[in-house]
Design a protein around this ligand. Structure first.
Ligand code: ATP
Ligand code: MG
Length: 222
């Protein structure tokens, strides 16, 4: 298993109200699979992806990454895993506004110490694969929402991750571009054995998935 969760729970405390955004989730995700997580707005999809992607820490329970318990590893190692192994496509993109599309995609490679020339070649290739070869020098504010989403996808691919966590990756795309992105994710899974976990409302994504998890009020129903 590339990812396993045991009784994974995340509560948010806001004043006197307590929200259980993920409630005792037990998941087993096999290497190379495509898994979709579907559920209504507010059901806990983003919270779950953030926990699996080691961007957040559970209130209780555990995430295992490649059979390793992640609660006890050092911050340095968590960061290393996030950079090297995990490509995160954020629902709100999280692009750096002062950097161009090319520089945004180069950044995770720079953080790993990849030689500059390799960064450039790889970034151009990743942006090409999402149809943005003509937008390399654009800053996020000079891009459409769908183009920003595609830069975020290219950035997630930059370090050749073993796991891609995609939060509504086709949410801002027209149906044709969305279809191309789905095909790209599918290709990564079949050709490179990349594991893809995708939170989505897009039925087409759910259709190509090997497993579909439904989430409602933080509870997973398989
Ligand atoms: N930082 C936070 N503090 C307090 N409550 C939060 C926080 N983040 C999320 N929540 C709450 O947790 C629940 C789950 O939120 P989450 O963002 O995981 O839902 P989602 O399934 O991704 O929704 P959407 O489809 O709209 O993106 C929601 O009720 C939300 O209001
Ligand atoms: Mg969300």
């Amino acid at each position: 298993m590339i990812v396993e969760t045991r009784d994974l729970t995340r509560c948010y405390q806001l004043g006197s109200s307590r929200i259980t955004a993920v409630n005792e989730a037990n998941l087993q995700i096999a290497e190379g699979s495509i898994v979709s997580i579907v559920g209504p707005s507010g059901s806990g999809k983003t919270t779950l992806l953030n926990l699996i992607g080691l961007n957040d820490e559970p209130t209780s329970g555990e995430v295992y990454f490649k059979e390793r318990k992640t609660s006890t590893i050092s911050d340095k190692e968590r960061r290393e895993i996030r950079l090297r192994d995990i490509g995160f496509i954020f629902q709100t993109f999280n692009l750096l506004p002062t950097l161009t599309a090319l520089e945004n995609v180069e950044l995770p490679m720079a953080l790993l110490g990849t030689p500059q020339r390799t960064q450039r070649i790889q970034a151009i290739e990743c942006l090409g694969s999402v149809g943005l070869a003509e937008r390399l020098e654009h800053k996020p504010r000079e891009l459409s929402n769908g183009e920003m989403q595609r830069v975020a996808i290219a950035r997630a691919l930059a370090n050749n991750p073993t796991l891609i966590l995609a939060d509504e990756p086709t949410g801002e795309l027209d149906s044709e571009t969305g279809r191309e992105i789905i095909e790209l994710l599918l290709r990564l899974s079949t050709e490179k054995a990349t594991t893809v976990i995708v939170a989505t409302h897009d039925e087409r994504v759910a259709e190509v998935s090997k497993a579909k998890l439904a989430i409602r009020d933080g509870e997973i129903k398989t």
